[in-house]
Write a protein that binds this ligand. Structure first.
Ligand code: NAD
Ligand code: 6OD
Length: 484
């Protein structure tokens, strides 16, 4: 049976306290995860501090950049190992993992390594009160040991999205992967050793949140900053932990994103786009579209077209040819999503398609499958319109004006992403300015340029990462004032 070990100070560490890692496609046990306790988390934080005070902290930027490029190259060399590990842990389709998750795992190191090669800082000459001269300049230093707490939906992508820039800026990290998806973070430890990243720069502690590795890590006084992706409620708990020692946080949290489709949109493009944003990764994408608003003249036609697309998504295991949708991550999450499917019906929804569990043959019948589901006819107060479900489902409602569409899109506590479909350029820019979100996609979805600010408004997050925003979070600026 596979053992998923912690990675501390460059060594794989067993703890003997294990829990099962299960495959979403058939619920079989894939391996045993070794849970880190307070002692292992403490050892990881100490190893990270020692690396900062040692070789890593003294390493010239050019060498750091070289090593992070080597990490990216090694991920690419072991592409298939990462792919197999990610597919086993999440059950996501091969096409998705091979085109999105693993390539981004490598790109997250390359892009940020290149970015830190040429970071300018400010300088100001001044006249002093005695008529002399002084020169101020700003120095950028690493923040220190960064605690990185990750979710399960895009495990390698979202973990390296934080580890890449953190290391590029000269910090060291202790990563707490999701208890559901321990594999690729562990595998990355092998990569770090293979390319010669000094021990202690990258550490992994496995376990759960409260009363386990997540809580021990975020409460540890040796952690200088915390970056977290996950549920808004978890963010609240981590923020309370970070308050001890007033440590900075960067939070990428939940969403209840709207898709707005105007009647002038390229119809086929809009249908294909909303199909992706509602159902890709089995709806387990924070940027996904669970609320769709369609301009009334094309409403009926749009609902029928999306229904056809949803019904064409073939459920199946990652490697099956033509598979369009994988399972949900866990039995618990499947029950939560099915609970929302029931709630929608009780609230009076018209179920356009789905609403249950697809019939799967043999061992697959034990997997965490749900049908892609579309509802219409609910009031905006319904639970499936207000709460983040994180499943392959959406409610579609008609609208009659641009103002109404914007008001509907903004009527949520969340503020992560909106996707707008229109051929009217003026309208596209007007809507983008008025939606209360961190990211507004026009005629596209999940199109990512890593130099851009990424994050959420309202309850969807705190701060921005990406490009210079990552450099801001992962460095400390010091002003040096020299009286000449
Ligand atoms: P989650 O909040 O349940 O767990 C995320 C991580 O936090 C896990 O590693 C978990 O063990 C840890 N954790 C839980 N409680 C903790 C605590 N008290 N202290 C420290 N660590 C704790 O989220 P999830 O279910 O893994 O992921 C799904 C959620 O993540 C959704 O809400 C989704 O919208 C959000 N998400 C947001 C983004 C974004 O970029 N905004 C990206 C992906 C996922
Ligand atoms: O693409 C990214 O950098 C990113 N943070 C994506 C988040 C996806 C949420 O599920």
């Amino acid at each position: 049976m596979k053992q998923f070990l912690n990675f501390i100070g460059g060594e794989f560490v067993a703890t003997g306290r294990t829990f099962d890692n299960r495959a979403p496609v058939d619920d079989r046990v894939l391996g045993q995860v070794h849970e880190a306790g307070a002692a292992e988390v403490d050892a990881a934080v100490r190893a990270a501090r020692a690396a900062l005070d040692g070789e890593w902290g003294r390493m010239p930027v050019a060498r750091r950049v070289e090593l992070l490029h080597a990490v990216a190259d090694e991920i690419n060399r072991r592409f298939d190992d990462f792919l197999q590990a990610e597919m086993a842990d999440t059950g996501k389709p091969h096409a998705l993992a091979s085109h999105v998750d693993i390539p981004r795992g490598a790109a997250n190191f390359k892009v940020f390594a290149d970015m830190v090669k040429n970071v300018p800082t400010e300088s100001f000459e001044m006249t002093t009160p005695d008529g002399g001269q002084a020169l101020n300049y700003a120095l950028r230093s690493p923040v220190g040991v960064i605690g990185v707490v990750c979710p399960w939906n895009l495990p390698l992508l979202l973990m390296t999205w934080k580890v890449g820039p953190a290391l590029a800026c000269g910090n060291t990290v202790v990563v707490k992967p999701s208890e559901e998806t321990p594999a690729t973070a562990t595998l990355l430890g092998e990569v770090m050793n293979a390319v010669g990243i000094p021990p202690g720069v990258y550490n992994v502690v496995h376990g759960f949140g409260p009363g386990s590795a997540g809580e021990y890590l975020t409460r540890h006084a040796g952690v200088n900053a915390i970056t977290f992706t996950g549920e808004t409620r978890t963010g609240e708990a981590i923020m309370a932990a970070a308050a001890q020692g007033v440590r900075p946080v960067s939070f990428e949290l939940g969403g209840k994103n709207a898709g707005i489709v105007f009647a002038d949109a390229d119809f086929e493009q809009a249908v294909a786009g909303i199909t992706r944003s509602a159902f890709e990764n089995c709806g387990q994408v924070c940027l996904g579209t669970e609320r769709v608003y369609v301009e009334r003249p094309i409403f009926e036609r749009f609902v029928s077209a999306l229904k056809a697309k949803a019904e064409a998504l073939k459920p199946g295991p990652s490697e099956d040819p033509g598979v369009g949708i994988g399972p949900l991550i866990s039995r618990e999450h499947q029950q939560k999503v099915l609970g929302y499917y029931d709630k929608a019906v009780k609230d009076g929804a018209t179920v356009v398609t789905g609403g249950g569990v697809p019939k799967m043959a043999g061992a697959l019948a034990e997997g965490h499958w749900v049908q892609p589901t579309i509802w219409t006819g609910l009031p905006e107060s319904a639970a499936v319109i207000r709460e983040e479900i994180f499943g392959p489902c959406c409610h579609i409602a008609p609208f009659d004006s641009e103002d109404e569409a914007i008001a509907l899109a903004n009527a949520t506590d969340y503020g992560l992403a909106t996707t707008v479909w229109t051929r009217d350029l003026g309208r596209a820019h007007r809507v983008a300015r008025r939606v209360e979100v961190g990211i507004c996609w026009i005629n596209s979805w999940f199109l990512r340029d890593l130099r851009t600010p990424f994050g959420g408004a309202k309850a969807s997050g705190i701060g921005r990462e990406g490009g210079v925003h990552s450099l801001e979070f992962y460095t400390e600026l010091r002003n040096v004032c020299v009286k000449l």
